[in-house]
Ligand binder design. Structure first.
Ligand code: ATP
Ligand code: MG
Length: 732
């Protein structure tokens, strides 16, 4: 077959990248310019021209979903199966390495992946044992500290700059944590990467083997690689530590410095700048044409990001149409915001669009609840994509813990999680005794459970209950030996008593949990074991831990996609809603006063805007209840950075019910009109300073106005005396 058809539908710069001779390549380009497309075509090109075999290519994507899409696209382009190809996230590829070479990596064969919840639980337990005051040293901070060190490639013994009691304590916890993990064969997410890096570092022959094998390495979303990931790539693809005659490997990195949004998790934009030095002879290619969005959307995105400093700088244009203006809606509160979204989606769908073409994006996970409720109320099918959803749910984690114990009895995290779920009379005291015994003997909780009984460490009743539990696990294990994966999952959720347990819970919550457990059986049915030689249950559990739920989005009917801005990276949708466009929420209040973090928030906004192909809505709420607290937000500065000519303000149709106080405000628009002020307007008061108009009541001389002052908080004032001045009359 002619290879040049792989170049069809590409522009000149894209072609140059796809058909480049063997060399290191850096494709640096803005959103929607075809970076991912180029990467996939390059892979196909290398295969088709015989420069590489399917065996010899490694492609790194940012999510498991992206990896699946890449496989599909390569299969379509080349008509070959892609099952054996190493395409995946850094985590999944590194994990694969560790499974192959567990011995060389210094891990037990049955090592377990620990998610962040399990990790925190373990840290809490260790801190308790070490008698560290967790009010002074919150376990979450210790977790953060540990992960940060690991992302930088620093083991506990090498932690630097330990100058104050806080850091000393954190370093001490890290040390204890490292030992505990090693002893129980537990591996957290950051460890997967660090450990596989060390695997190569300590086993040059192994590294050489992989260097010979993977002559071509392609990395998408390169701007978000952290120190360990970069070191990993350098080792595999660079010439670091290699004799000049050694095999040459080629790294193709594609990325966009303006879309680096994981600095808070250790990602380093500088990796892009370092690339040409670390990968000698690298050729840089820039793509400048955007194929995704309308001109309006692209202009807005370019304007917003132009407020950042220190950019590598690029020019992004489109031949696309001007398109609709960006719609800005000021909701009264988060309920109103949700209502506006559902009604807009309703009209969109009535125009013949698919629900799957719509994404609702938010800054913070907690914002999804109100949105979800509105979707349920309106009967609009939706899916939460990415983030920690399905597999993070309590009942699912419990079910997985049973399955993990079947898989490996020495999984302490799983043991702790379900030893008394459903309740079987095993109290905290009993668990403490088991923990203590396990610790002093250097054995697992499972072993401790047996020994403690034999040694008479437990009361007769406790011993009985513990025996009941261990027998249950043994029984589940024996009964499911010959079952298929979904039969096993079904059997375990039933016989563990979890379904019964949640059925007894009051209200809808219990029902939802039962449904989720049933959903897990469906997930097992649909699970593709792939070419793994591992037992299916093991593969399933690993994937559940790694995937954190991003697989579920596809399996269902046409549905609206809900996700955080972070998980929207790389994706595109015809219609996009950016919600919660309020200062304090987005940009997040933690980042407002730190210029660097503010720039990262702005990049996140750039990512959000550039997800939209045809139409973009920006929504903010004047009053928002989030995490049980009231916020009176001002319009996000990012919205103000978009030229007003690109934006139109929209209002809800009047039949939509408003909160009581706002209905009153609505009646009193006469007063508003008289004063020249509007809801959401920024005003200035001679004493209180600047604030936002939140509400109105009464009319004539009785008219009162509620203003949320930046410095003073919310106040009701008599309009006639308030001497308020409109600060600017632009949309606010
Ligand atoms: P992001 O920065 O958001 O990850 P990207 O640079 O990876 O974006 P792609 O997702 O590869 O961009 O491409 C954006 C859209 O433009 C896709 O729908 C893609 O199919 C389309 N596209 C890319 N190049 C071309 C082209 N030469 N002709 C037509 N469509 C193209
Ligand atoms: Mg992309």
């Amino acid at each position: 077959m002619d290879v040049t058809d792989l170049l069809d539908g590409l522009n000149d710069a894209q072609r140059e990248a796809v058909a480049a001779p063997e060399q290191h390549l850096l494709v640096l380009a803005g959103a929607g310019s075809g970076k991912t497309r180029v990467l996939v075509h390059r892979m196909a090109w290398l295969l088709r021209t015989g420069q590489a075999s399917a065996h010899g290519i490694m492609a790194v994507t940012f999510t498991n979903k992206a990896a699946r899409e890449m496989r599909d696209r390569v299969e379509k382009l080349l008509n070959v199966p892609s099952r054996h190809m190493w395409i995946g996230t850094f985590h999944s590829l590194a994990h694969r390495l560790l499974r192959h070479h567990w011995r060389e990596a210094g891990l037990p064969e049955q090592f377990q992946i620990m998610d962040s919840d399990d990790q925190l639980r373990l840290i809490k337990r260790l801190m308790k044992q070490m008698q560290i005051d967790d009010t002074k040293y919150p376990p979450k901070q210790a977790q953060w500290f540990i992960n940060q060190q690991k992302d930088e490639g620093v083991r506990a013994q090498y932690v630097q700059g330990v100058n104050n009691p806080f850091e000393r304590t954190m370093a001490g916890v890290y040390d204890a944590y490292e030992k505990a993990c090693q002893q129980s064969g537990l591996v957290d997410f950051a460890e997967i990467l660090l450990r596989s890096h060390e695997l190569w570092l300590n086993n040059p022959d192994l590294l050489q083997h992989y260097r010979q094998r993977f002559r071509h390495i392609l990395v998408d979303e390169f701007q978000d690689t952290n120190a360990v990931q970069y070191a990993w790539l350098r080792m595999l693809g660079g010439s670091q530590g290699q004799a000049p005659s050694a095999t040459t490997n080629y790294l193709m990195a594609v990325g966009d410095d303006d879309q680096s949004i994981y600095g808070w998790r250790g990602a380093r934009i500088e990796n892009i700048q370092r690339f040409p030095q670390d990968f000698a002879g690298a050729h840089t290619i820039r793509l400048e044409q955007n194929y995704r969005s309308t001109m309006t959307i692209l202009q807005a995105a370019n304007e917003v990001i132009s407020h950042n400093s220190g950019r590598l700088g690029k020019n992004l244009w489109t031949e696309g149409e001007q398109g609709d203006p960006i719609s800005l809606y000021a909701g009264f509160n988060e309920q109103d915001e949700a209502r506006f979204i559902t009604s807009s989606i309703d009209s969109w769908v009535k125009q013949g669009h698919k629900k799957g073409s719509v994404a609702v994006l938010y800054r913070s996970n907690a914002q999804s609840r109100v949105l979800e409720e509105a979707f349920i109320r309106e009967g609009i099918p939706y899916r939460i994509y990415g983030g920690q959803r399905f597999y993070e749910r309590l009942e699912i984690k419990n079910a997985l813990a049973y399955l993990r114990l079947i898989q490996s009895r020495h999984d302490d995290a799983a043991f702790e999680r379900v030893v008394n779920v459903p309740t079987r009379g095993i109290g905290e005291r009993t668990i403490m005794i088991l923990r203590e015994h396990a610790r002093s003997q250097g054995i697992s909780l499972w072993q401790a459970a047996h020994e403690a009984r034999e040694l008479g460490l437990l009361t007769a009743r406790a011993a009985n209950s513990v025996e009941g539990f261990t027998q249950l696990i043994d029984r589940l294990s024996a009964q499911t030996l010959d079952q298929t994966l979904d039969e096993t999952v079904h059997y375990v959720v039933e016989k563990s008593g979890l379904i019964e347990f949640h059925k007894k819970e009051k209200g809808e919550k219990g029902q939802a949990r039962v449904e989720n457990l049933q959903e897990l059986v469906t997930a097992a049915q649909e699970f593709d074991v792939g070419d793994s030689e591992e037992p299916p249950l093991k593969t399933f559990l690993d994937e559940a831990a790694l995937d954190a739920g991003d697989a579920q989005a596809e399996a269902f009917e046409d549905s609206v996609q809900l996700m955080t801005l972070h998980s929207a990276k790389g994706l595109e949708f015809e219609l996009v809603f950016l919600t919660g466009m309020e200062d304090g929420l987005f940009p997040h209040k933690m980042s407002q006063d730190d210029p660097q973090r503010l720039e990262e928030e702005r990049r996140l906004c750039y990512v959000g805007i550039t997800r939209a192909e045809k139409k973009l809505y920006l929504i903010y709420a004047e009053h928002r209840r989030l995490h049980g607290q009231d916020h009176y937000g001002r319009l996000s500065r990012f919205v103000k950075e978009i030229p007003t000519t690109l934006v139109e303000e929209v209002r809800l149709k009047s039949q939509v019910s408003r909160p009581v106080s706002s209905q009153r405000a609505y009646r009193d628009t006469a007063a508003l009109d008289d004063s020249g002020l509007r809801l959401g307007q920024i005003v200035s008061h001679p004493v209180f300073g600047e604030g936002t108009v939140l509400n109105f009541e009464g009319s004539g001389p009785q008219a009162r106005i509620q203003v949320n002052f930046r410095a003073e908080g919310s106040k009701w004032l008599v309009l006639a005396y308030a001497k308020l001045e409109a600060v600017n009359s632009e949309r606010c």
